[in-house]
Design a protein around this ligand. Structure first.
Ligand code: COA
Length: 335
């Protein structure tokens, strides 16, 4: 039986129009552009207008991805959406956007893994291609984090943004290219350090939960920082070792964009050059499931991804969850 590899054959993105700069935040809370830039590398973020919902961004990124590929929505077999901010507890974002984009032959589901949601969705989608069961899987990473932000908590408010990205997975025309390997892990002991306490089945919304501001994100920033650096770097080094890739062989490292200092510390721990690391946190902040597809999309638009390139994408998120994917890039620049 010949090997089928899944490859990314198109990319798309969507960012809400409303840009909120650090200077804008200075007007509503006790913070400064200088502190935010120095401690996080973030200069601005996009916020979605209330009432539109995450599906608004997810559907636009999906449509952008399909338009760039020249693929009709009816050709899509499966939609997987990595997200932590669905419009409603149910139906899923996948169901909502299936109707919005007109993917009338697709089935699909949402996948929740904190900020690792897109990476886990990508490796899940790849299995459907590799098994030979499906030929076109749309993987979306989309989050409206502004819904979780407490304006009275400056340490979380300044680091998140809203945004979405999407990729199309198809069988690779060249079996040497595409998604070669992945490693993924979870550790529930880390759950306490990054969470939204209410709004689920254990603490449904009540007057009390709203009054206590339990629907907003809460985190122990320093602990999350340390685990993010160690786990993203170590899983990426492990996947490099398993695939015999030395630091000099790697063409591009695409890390989850949570904090510029996390990205830099991760690259240092991996002993790779900062020149091969994709950074766009300055423009978008942490868009949770949006960061990796947005970073891949930006890298492709900037001509930083060439066919055959060895690329590693890594994520870390609430749970804790983390993982790494190794690609040989399969897209032609001059498609
Ligand atoms: N503006 C100004 N000052 C701020 C601030 C802000 N937005 N946020 C926090 N501070 C202050 C704190 O109150 C504290 O002041 P104090 O010393 O007077 O008590 C000081 O800055 C240092 O706080 P600390 O929390 O130690 O800062 P830090 O260097 O750890 O940076 C984070 C805070 C949140 C940016 C950082 O810990 C981080 O990025 N952690 C990872 C979070 C993350 O990525 N979460 C998602 C993971 S997927």
């Amino acid at each position: 039986m010949s090997l089928i590899r899944a490859a990314i054959t198109s990319l798309g993105k969507f960012l809400p129009e409303r840009v909120v700069t650090n200077k804008d935040l200075e007007k509503i809370m006790d913070t400064s552009d200088e502190w935010i830039v120095q401690r996080t590398g973030i200069r601005q973020r996009h916020f979605l207008d209330p009432g539109l919902g995450n599906s608004y961004m997810a559907s636009r990124a999906a449509t952008d991805c399909l338009t760039r590929a020249g693929v009709s929505p009816s050709e899509i077999d499966t939609i997987i959406v990595g997200t932590i901010s669905a419009d409603n507890p149910f139906p899923s974002t996948a169901c909502i956007i299936q109707e919005m984009i007109g993917a009338d032959n697709a089935w699909g589901f949402d996948l929740t893994a904190g900020c690792s949601g897109f990476l886990f969705a990508l490796i899940t989608g790849a299995q459907f291609i590799e098994s030979g069961r499906y030929r076109k899987v749309l993987v979306v990473g989309s989050d409206m984090n502004s819904m979780y932000l407490n304006p009275e908590d400056r340490s979380t408010y300044v680091i998140f943004g809203d945004g979405a990205g999407a990729v199309l997975l198809e069988p690779s025309a060249d079996p040497e290219l595409g998604i070669i390997d992945f490693m993924s892990q979870i550790d529930g002991a880390g759950g306490q350090y990054l969470t939204v306490k209410a709004g689920g089945s254990k603490r449904p919304a009540t007057f009390e939960t709203v009054q206590n501001k339990e629907h907003f994100v809460q985190q122990d920033g320093r602990t999350v920082f340390k685990f993010a650096v160690k786990n993203m770097a170590d899983v990426s080094v492990a996947i490099m070792k398993r695939n015999n890739i030395g630091s000099d062989d790697l063409d591009l490292f695409v890390p989850h964009q949570a904090n510029l200092r996390i990205i830099e510390a991760c690259a240092k721990r991996m002993k790779i050059s900062p020149d091969i690391v994709i950074v766009n946190i300055d423009k978008y902040a942490n868009t949770t499931c949006g960061t990796l597809p947005l970073a891949l999309c930006d890298a492709e638009e900037q001509g930083r991804l060439k066919k055959g390139d060895r690329v590693i994408a890594a994520a870390f998120g609430a749970g804790f969850t983390w993982g790494s994917v190794y690609f040989r890039w399969a897209m032609d620049r001059d498609r």
